[in-house]
Design a protein around this ligand. Structure first.
Ligand SMILES: NC(=O)c1ccc[n+]([C@@H]2O[C@H](COP(=O)([O-])OP(=O)(O)OC[C@H]3O[C@@H](n4cnc5c(N)ncnc54)[C@H](OP(=O)(O)O)[C@@H]3O)[C@@H](O)[C@H]2O)c1
Length: 266
């Protein structure tokens, strides 16, 4: 029997790496991508020891508008049929909105939104021909929260990711394609350091901090079952429920202890 293959962006660390590990254990072959070649190759080596998975690496910077096509062309050339596409790569901008250049904002939107659209567009065409395929989009609990006073565009872009995933389901569920929007809360990875908010993350109560392993496990199970939305952990399921019913004007007052720094103008 042919093994299934998953393509994972941002698989060299954090949630993406744990998703790759989880899928390797479930028998998937992997194509993994990120910018840093050395980190990616180290990840591939660890993953191929994890299970008998074939792991291929594609070094690609998703800031580059041509990167999604280069990744797709690599898979075509190697005759790698992608059964599961995982749009995971991401970061947040550390500087305040007024001090961030338009170029930085465009690069950010490119990785978190345009590359997600481009990769989905490229791979869904083959999935449609096969009349099956699964897509996972890593969004965030921030998609449900009021936009914060730091990382101004992060929450709004993740809200877009949720709506885009919903759109894919509406259009293609009946042809056998499902998209799962995964919305993690605080997860211990390199994300906070890379995004300039490690200090805020250090002040988050420990019960609110989840491991990349636990997030990945729930995300993979939900995606393989074809669920539309996955909010990993009971803690963040409750928080998302509250975000849906508590007036957003009240939320910043509750969040001082639970989400330090996010609403620091209040
Ligand atoms: N950690 C959290 O609390 C949290 C919560 C909710 C949602 N998320 C989301 O989870 C996803 C994964 O983040 P993480 O927490 O696992 O962070 P992470 O450990 O920093 O991993 C980010 C991954 O994305 C890659 N990446 C970053 N910029 C890229 C670019 N321009 N082109 C290609 N690859 C790029 C990184 O590799 P290179 O740097 O080598 O490219 C790395 O593999 C993101 O979409 C993030 O928004 C995280």
């Amino acid at each position: 029997m042919n093994k299934k293959t998953a393509l994972i962006t941002g698989a060299s660390s954090g949630i993406g790496f744990e998703i790759a590990k989880c899928l390797a254990k479930k028998g998937f072959d992997l194509v993994i991508t990120a910018r840093n070649k050395k980190k990616l190759e180290n990840a591939a080596e660890m993953l191929s020891h994890e299970a008998e998975a074939s792991v291929e690496v594609v070094v690609a910077d998703l800031h580059d508008p041509l990167a999604p096509e280069a990744i797709y062309n690599y898979c075509q050339k190697k005759e790698r049929k992608i059964n599961l596409l995982i749009n995971n790569a991401g970061y947040a901008i550390p500087t305040p909105f007024d001090q961030t250049s338009m170029e930085e904002e465009e690069k950010f939107i490119r990785v978190l939104a345009l590359a997600v659209i481009a990769l989905t567009k490229l791979f869904i065409r083959d999935m449609l021909k096969a009349r099956e395929g699964k897509i996972m989009m890593i969004s965030s609990v921030a998609a449900y929260a009021p936009p914060s006073t730091i990382q101004t565009l992060y929450g709004p872009v993740k809200t877009f990711v949720n709506r885009f995933s919903e759109g894919i389901n509406i259009n293609y569920n009946d042809i056998g394609i499902t998209s799962t929007a995964v919305c993690p809360g605080y997860t211990v990875t390199n994300f906070h350091k890379a995004s300039g908010v490690q200090e805020e993350m250090d002040r988050v109560p420990s019960f609110m901090k989840k491991t990349a392993y636990s997030v990945a496990k729930e995300a993979v199970n939900a995606t393989l079952k074809g669920k539309k939305v996955c909010v990993p952990s009971k803690t963040f399921k409750l928080i998302v429920f509250l975000l849906k019913i508590v007036p957003h004007s009240l939320f910043p007052f509750f969040s001082k202890r639970l989400a330090p720094g996010r609403y620091n103008k209040i």
